[in-house]
Design a binder for this molecule. Structure first.
Ligand code: UDP
Length: 335
């Protein structure tokens, strides 16, 4: 037996955890991956429903990046279907206009109305705070353009969806003799002593028993239904500009490889909320404009944590896109 091989625990079978598991397994270590849920792939989990339509259980995951290293790494585990995401916003008069706001959209609504129509109500319902109280980098994810570009991710060189879905891609990543996956298993700190190292994607504030106070998170309630109509939306996702508590709707069949049922279509509407109102499911760390939450996170990150390394959106309290989660996990795995 290789005496340098370590016993490693990975908590959470989301993208961050499985990338670290695979990298360390290939280095010869023995990896146990646990997840309290009954499926792998974390919030990227998808499945095919009884209508033959692929649904992303935790909302739309559109892979986009300019990071060639991440693409090359993932491409060992999946083939791809090229897809450039487009989004429309639904105006109060029923018209659909391109989002991110481009020249055509601002000509329609008037440049001076752009923030009031597209950003203020959406941000309030998404984050529970006013646009001016949110760190500006969050809404800058959707920059206002003065050209006619219609893409949601106009600058990314690689935009595609895994051909057999995210869940299958993650299963392929985990398919290694040195990786053992246990689903429906909750983590507790007593497990630390059984392993040389622990990579933990649980919320860092919860790990330290909220000693510096809780970190705020937003969650989303997903309302999914199937209707006997061939197609409903003009684009895969439509964002709402109204003041109702719903942010957007996604029609799964419009994404390539997500089914071609001729009679039925499945849609998911998103309703953001505080994580305490959704079974403590934390999806989005809240980046406030004053940086208070980040300062609180840093108190947790500075705590001694022996053989535990925190990973992922909840462990690092960072709004990571998929490609960023993978890039971060690859760096952590070679430390
Ligand atoms: N945003 C907005 N209106 C929109 C879309 C986005 O105000 O129609 C702001 C909002 O604050 C949102 C942020 O931009 O949280 C980032 O949007 P993105 O679509 O990137 O969010 P994600 O897909 O990660 O939920």
């Amino acid at each position: 037996m290789d005496t340098s091989a370590q016993k490693i625990l990975v908590v959470g079978a989301g993208l961050s955890g499985v990338v670290i598991a695979r990298e360390l397994a290939e280095q010869g270590h023995q990896i146990t991956v646990i997840d309290k849920r009954d499926h792998v792939a974390g919030n990227a989990y998808d499945y095919v429903n009884e209508f033959g339509i692929r649904v992303h259980h935790y909302g739309p995951h559109l892979f986009h990046t300019s990071n060639d290293k991440v693409v090359a790494w993932l491409s060992r585990f999946t083939e791809w279907l090229p897809y450039q995401h487009k989004v429309k916003a639904l105006l109060s008069d029923g018209r659909h206009v391109t989002l991110p706001v481009n020249k055509e959209t601002s000509d329609i609504v008037g440049k001076e109305n752009v923030l009031d129509i597209f950003f203020k109500p959406y941000t309030k319902k998404m984050w529970g705070i006013e646009l001016e109280d949110l760190d500006p980098t969050i809404s800058q994810r959707v920059p206002i353009r003065d050209d006619l570009n219609e893409l949601y991710f106009p600058n990314d060189t690689f935009q595609a969806l895994p051909k057999e879905g995210y869940t299958q891609m993650v299963k392929n990543i985990l398919a290694h003799d040195n990786i053992h996956v246990q689903l429906g298993v909750a983590y507790n700190k007593a497990m630390n002593v059984e392993y040389d190292r622990v990579f933990n994607s649980m919320p860092i504030d919860e790990y330290f028993e909220f000693k510096h106070g809780p970190l705020p998170y937003r969650s989303i309630k997903f309302h999914t239904s199937t209707v006997p109509i061939p197609k409903v939306l003009p684009t895969a996702t439509v964002n709402f500009t109204h003041h109702e508590p719903f942010t957007r709707v996604t029609e799964w069949k419009i994404l390539p490889g997500h089914g071609n049922n001729p009679a039925f279509t499945t849609l998911t509407i998103e309703e953001p909320c505080d994580y305490k109102d959704n079974d403590f499911e934390r999806y989005y760390p809240v980046k406030d404009g004053g940086g208070e939450n980040l300062a609180r996170y840093r108190l947790y990150a500075a705590e001694p944590s022996s053989n535990v390394t925190f990973i992922g959106r909840c462990g690092l309290y960072a709004y990571l896109d998929m490609h960023q989660a993978i890039s971060s996990a690859l760096s952590i795995a070679c430390q």
